[in-house]
Design a protein around this ligand. Structure first.
Ligand code: HEM
Length: 399
C-alpha cells in the first residue's frame, strides 16, 4: 500500500503513459480525495482527486472561479496578478450572478435539439475533409487534415467567424494555451484576438447576420467589449478542445484495434464510445481551480476561506469508486457521469456540440479508411504535455 503524501504535493503533470493520468495522482487518490498542495506561486491549497468530492465542489457556490482569487496549479506565464486581466464577457471566470447574465443568453443556442439540427452540416464538413485526405498525400497529419478543421469550421459557421481568418486565430489561440509561451507572447495573442473580435462585432453591427454572434449583437443586451469577450471564449473553447479529442481519441483507438473495430462496425456503439473516450482521455488535465469564499468542510478536512483547490479531472475520471475497472478503455460501457465537461454552473456550454462532432467524425474516419494506422512508432508521436489541453501536436497516419 502506498503511503499518503505527508508533505504538500505539487500538481502532477507527467502522464504515466500516453493516455493515463500521472501515476502518483492515482496512488494518492487511493489514500483520499484531498491532499495539501503547493501551487506554482507558493500558495498552500489543495489537490482534489476523488470523483464525488470533485462533483460536490464544482457544484458548490461557496467556491469561486474568479481569476483574481484563484492560484495557478502549474507555472503559468500570466500568473502575475497584473497580467491576469481577462476581457469582459469571459464568463468562464465569473461567479453568479454575473455568470448567469451571460450564460442565459447562450444556453438556448447549444441545446441537444439545436445540435441535432446541425448534424447534417457536420456530416457534410466531415465528408469533405475525408475526400480531401483521400486526394492528398500519405502519410497525412490527422491533426491538420481532420481533427482541427472539423470543429474549427463548425464553430466558425455557428458563431459567424470567417473561416478564411483561421490562420490568425488558430495561431493566437495555440499561443494562448501553450505554457511554454512567454508572458509577452501570451499577452500579445490575447490582444490580437480581442482586436480581431472587436472588429468582427463592428462588422456584424454594420451588416446584421443570421449567426450566433449576429444574434447576440442584435439582442442588444451586451456591449461591444462583452460581445468580443464572449466570442473569444466560444471560439477558443469551441475548436481546441474537440480537435484534441478527435486526434487523441483516434490515437487511442489505433493502439487498441479491438475497441476500434467495435466503434467502426457497430453504429449503436458511437454514443457510449464518445463518453468513454472523454472519460478515459480527460484532455482538460491542469485544472479547473476554485477558491473557497468561506471555510468549508470536505472529506473530513477543513478548506479555509481563500484557499484554492486544484482538480485532477483525469484522476477523478479514473476513480474506482465511480467507474469499474477505470483504467480499461471499454467503448461499450455507459461512461456517463464523467467530469470531462466539468460540473455545476460552468459545466461545458458546448458539450452537445462536441458530442455531435465526435459521434459523427470518429466512425466516418474509421469507415472511410479501414486500414488507418500510425505512420510512425507510437513513442514518436509528439504529445501536448505542456499545454492546458492535452492531446497530440501531430498524428502522422497512413492507410
Ligand atoms: C471535447 C470537447 C470539450 C471539452 C473536453 C470541454 C471541457 C470543458 C470543461 C471541463 C469546462 C468547465 C471548466 C471549469 O469548470 O472551469 C468547459 C466549459 C466551457 N466550454 Fe467546453 N469543452 C469542450 C468543447 C467545447 C465546445 C465545442 C464549446 C463551444 C462552444 C465549448 C465551450 C465552453 C464554454 C463557453 C465553457 C464555459 C462555460 C461556463 O463558464 O458557463 N466547449 N468545457
Amino acid at each position: 500500500m502506498t503511503e499518503a503524501p505527508s508533505c504538500p504535493v505539487t500538481f502532477p503533470t507527467a502522464r504515466r503513459h500516453l493516455f493515463d493520468p500521472p501515476g502518483e495522482v492515482l496512488q494518492w487518490q487511493r489514500q483520499g480525495a484531498l491532499h495539501r498542495m503547493t501551487f506554482a506561486d507558493g500558495h498552500l491549497g489543495w489537490l482534489l482527486t476523488g470523483h464525488s468530492a470533485a462533483r460536490a465542489v464544482l457544484a458548490d457556490n461557496r467556491f469561486s472561479n474568479r481569476t483574481e482569487l484563484t492560484h495557478p496549479p502549474v507555472p503559468h506565464p500570466l500568473a502575475r496578478q497584473e497580467n491576469r486581466q481577462l476581457p469582459p464577457g469571459f464568463f468562464l471566470r465569473m461567479d453568479q450572478p454575473e455568470h448567469t447574465r451571460f450564460r442565459r443568453l447562450l444556453t438556448g443556442q447549444f441545446t441537444v435539439r439545436r445540435m441535432r439540427q446541425l448534424e447534417p452540416r457536420i456530416e457534410e464538413i466531415t465528408s469533405d475533409r475525408l475526400d480531401a485526405m483521400e486526394r492528398g498525400d500519405r502519410p497525412a497529419d490527422l491533426v491538420q487534415s481532420f481533427a482541427l478543421p472539423i470543429p474549427s469550421l463548425v464553430i466558425c459557421e455557428l458563431l459567424g467567424v470567417p473561416y478564411g481568418d483561421r490562420a490568425q486565430f488558430q495561431r493566437d489561440s495555440a499561443a494562448l494555451l501553450n505554457l511554454d509561451s512567454s508572458a509577452e507572447q501570451m499577452s500579445a495573442a490575447l490582444v490580437d484576438l480581442m482586436a480581431y473580435m472587436r472588429d468582427l462585432v463592428l462588422r456584424k453591427r454594420a451588416e446584421p447576420a443570421d449567426d450566433l454572434l449576429g444574434g447576440l449583437v442584435a439582442g442588444g443586451e451586451l456591449d461591444d467589449e462583452e460581445l468580443a469577450g464572449v466570442a473569444l471564449l466560444l471560439l477558443i473553447a469551441g475548436h481546441e478542445t474537440t480537435a484534441n479529442m478527435l486526434a487523441l481519441g483516434t490515437f487511442a483507438l489505433l493502439r487498441d484495434p479491438a475497441q476500434l473495430a467495435l466503434l467502426r462496425d457497430d453504429p449503436e456503439v458511437a454514443d457510449n464510445a464518445v463518453e468513454e473516450l472523454l472519460r478515459y482521455l480527460t484532455i482538460i488535465h491542469m485544472g479547473p481551480v476554485r477558491t473557497a469564499l468561506e471555510d468549508v468542510e470536505l472529506d473530513g478536512r477543513l478548506i479555509r476561506a481563500g484557499e484554492s483547490v486544484a482538480f485532477s479531472l483525469p484522476a477523478a475520471n479514473r476513480d474506482p469508486e465511480r467507474f469499474d475497472d477505470p483504467d480499461t478503455l471499454d467503448v461499450t460501457r455507459p461512461a456517463t457521469g464523467h467530469l470531462s465537461f466539468g460540473h455545476g454552473i460552468h459545466q461545458c456550454l458546448g458539450q452537445q456540440l462536441a458530442r455531435a462532432e465526435m459521434r459523427i467524425a470518429y466512425p466516418a474516419l474509421l469507415r472511410r479508411f479501414p486500414g488507418l494506422r500510425l505512420a510512425v512508432p507510437a513513442e514518436e508521436v509528439p504529445m501536448r504535455s505542456h499545454m492546458t489541453i492535452y492531446g497530440v501536436h501531430r498524428l502522422p497516419v497512413t492507410w
